[in-house]
Design a protein around this ligand. Structure first.
Ligand code: HPA
Ligand code: MG
Length: 224
């Protein structure tokens, strides 16, 4: 398949609303964050295993036409590098391979734990390079879906051959616009999470598990 004909994948891991998650003392957490988190929601090992399957689904859906993986910075960088490593592994070891190019875009919409409502593209290459290409947008989280819908509008403007979206996380929230990505790692409850490159005012990107921030953490790292 050349990407454009692929159907949206509906396989993902659902983290239920009543999940207890894991206690912090069951995992290794940086000392400087020990008091700022309430629990581990998704351990890094499980994230790694899920990405292995996402990579397989993506390689099945694209062909020798290749794809441009577009990393949405900053939150997407961990998922981007881990996903591409897995795709590269499949490319080395399967009888067929999907040529990969990479590109980056930087967006900003969150202050504290609230979306500011408008997204800004604040960096990245000239998007014109994406014209006629199979683009795979690689994002950390779909929350309301509005950021992704605005980004897709911007990208459509440069006329790629197709655009698919892979998001590590999708939040189950009544604020959702209804947008759903083509590839989803985990569907999670409507709570503010950090780690695995997801931040709270730029903190917690250096935490490898996806964790729930607590009130003390929100206060300690508040923007004002
Ligand atoms: N955590 C970090 N960044 C985010 C979140 C979240 O829960 N939702 C949207 N951006
Ligand atoms: Mg963010």
């Amino acid at each position: 398949m050349s990407g454009e004909n692929a159907q949206r994948r509906t396989n993902f891991i659902t983290i239920q609303d009543d999940t207890p998650g894991y206690r912090l003392d069951e995992f290794c957490i940086p000392k400087h964050y020990e008091d700022d988190l309430s629990r581990v929601l998704i351990p890094a090992g499980l994230i790694n295993d899920r990405i292995e399957r996402l990579a397989r689904d993506i390689v099945e859906d694209f062909d020798e036409d290749g794809l441009v993986a577009l990393c949405v910075l900053k939150g997407g960088y961990k998922f981007f590098t881990d996903l591409l490593d897995k795709i590269k592994g499949l490319n080395r070891n399967l009888g067929r391979s999907v040529p990969l190019a990479v590109d980056f875009i930087r967006l900003k919409s969150y202050v504290d734990d609230q979306s500011s409502g408008n997204i800004e593209v604040i960096g990245g290459d000239n998007l014109k390079n994406l014209q006629g290409k199979n683009v795979l947008v690689v994002e950390d989280i779909i929350d309301t879906g509005k950021t992704m819908q605005k980004l897709l509008e911007i990208l459509q403007g440069v006329k790629p051959k197709c655009i698919k979206v892979a998001s590590m996380l999708v939040k189950r929230t009544p604020r959702s616009s209804g947008y759903k990505p083509d590839y989803t790692g985990f569907e999670i409850p409507d709570i503010f999470i950090v780690g695995y490159a997801l931040d709270y005012n730029e903190y917690f990107r250096d935490l490898n598990h996806v964790c729930e921030i607590n009130e003390a953490g929100k206060q300690k790292y508040a923007s004002k």
